[in-house]
Design a protein around this ligand. Structure first.
Ligand code: HEC
Length: 240
C-alpha cells in the first residue's frame, strides 16, 4: 500500500477516535446533568437543581399567562421608551403613568384600545394629576405605520398593562380590538381625554350610534316589557 494513503488513514483514525471519545464524554455529561438521578420518571431537559416548571398546572394556571408574556414583548417594543419598565411614565416629560391608572384599569378596554389604535393628545388626568403638552402616537400596524402592532399584539399589550405593576383588570381579546377598529373606521386623529370620556369604557366596543325608533317600533318594544318595567320607563320620561 502506498505510504501516503496509510498516513491519510492514520489521520482519519485519530480524528474518529477523538470524535468518538468527545461524543462519549458529552453524552456522559448530558446524562449526568439531565437524567434526574437516572430515575425513569425524572428525565428533564432542565439542568439539575433548577426547579422544573409545572406545565398546565390545573386550577392555579393563569388563563392570561400567554397573553401577558406576548404583551411584555410588545410593551418592550412599543411602550417602554415612554411609559417606562415600571409603568410610572415620565412626569417631567408629561408622560402619564400606566401603573395605577384609572384609564388602564377601567371596567372595559374600549377607551384604551382607542388610545393605542390612534394615539392621544391634549390634557389628561391620571391618578389626580393632569398631564398635557405631550402626545402619544398611533400604534396600529398599517402600510403607513409598518413598525406598529397587530390587532393581536394590541390585545396582548393591553392585557399586560392591565395586569402589571399592581394593576388588576380583565384581559383584552383580539375581538374587542377588532370591534373598536370597526367602530372607529376612518378615524385618523389622536383622541382627547374629553372625547374618550364620552365612550363607554365597557360593553360592545362597537358602540353603535343610537337610532331613533318609529312610533310603531317603540310600541312593539314597549309591549315586550312587564307591567313594572313599563311603569318604570314611563316614570322615567314623565316631564317634571
Ligand atoms: C412617544 C411616547 C409614547 C409611547 C411610545 C406610548 N405612549 Fe402612551 N401616552 C403617551 C402620552 C404623552 C400620553 C398622554 C397623552 C395626552 O396628554 O393626552 C399617553 C397616554 C397613554 C394612556 C392613557 C393615560 C394613562 O396614563 O393611563 C395609555 C393607556 C397609554 N398611553 C398606553 C400606551 C401603550 C399601551 C403604549 C404602547 C403600545 C404606549 N402608550 C406608547 C406617550 C406614549
Amino acid at each position: 500500500m502506498n505510504p501516503h494513503s496509510r498516513a491519510g488513514f492514520g489521520l482519519l483514525n485519530s480524528l474518529l477516535l477523538t470524535g468518538s471519545v468527545g461524543l462519549l464524554l458529552w453524552g456522559g455529561v448530558y446524562v449526568g446533568k439531565y437524567s434526574g438521578r437516572f430515575d425513569g420518571n425524572e428525565f428533564s431537559e432542565l439542568p439539575y437543581g433548577r426547579p422544573a416548571k409545572i406545565v398546565g398546572g390545573g386550577a392555579s394556571a393563569d388563563p392570561l399567562d400567554a397573553q401577558k408574556k406576548a404583551g411584555l414583548i410588545a410593551y418592550g417594543k412599543s411602550c417602554v421608551a415612554c411609559h417606562q419598565a415600571d409603568g410610572n411614565g415620565n412626569p417631567s416629560l408629561n408622560i402619564p403613568p400606566l401603573a395605577g391608572s384609572e384609564w388602564v384599569q377601567a371596567d372595559g378596554p374600549n377607551r384604551i384600545i382607542r388610545i393605542v389604535l390612534h394615539g392621544m393628545q391634549g390634557p389628561v388626568k391620571v391618578s389626580g394629576q393632569v398631564y398635557q403638552g405631550n402626545a402619544m402616537n398611533p400604534w396600529l400596524k398599517t402600510a403607513d405605520n409598518p413598525a406598529g402592532l397587530t390587532e393581536q399584539e394590541i390585545a396582548d399589550v393591553l392585557t399586560y398593562v392591565r395586569n402589571s405593576w399592581g394593576n388588576k383588570a380583565g384581559g383584552v381579546t383580539v375581538d374587542q380590538v377588532k370591534a373598536v377598529l370597526g367602530a372607529t373606521a376612518g378615524r385618523a386623529d389622536a383622541w382627547t381625554a374629553e372625547e374618550l370620556e364620552k365612550v363607554p369604557a365597557s360593553g360592545g366596543g362597537a358602540a353603535p350610534a343610537p337610532t331613533a325608533l318609529t312610533p310603531d317600533q317603540l310600541k312593539e318594544a314597549l309591549k315586550k316589557l312587564t307591567a313594572d318595567e313599563l311603569k318604570a320607563v314611563l316614570d322615567g320620561v314623565k316631564p317634571n
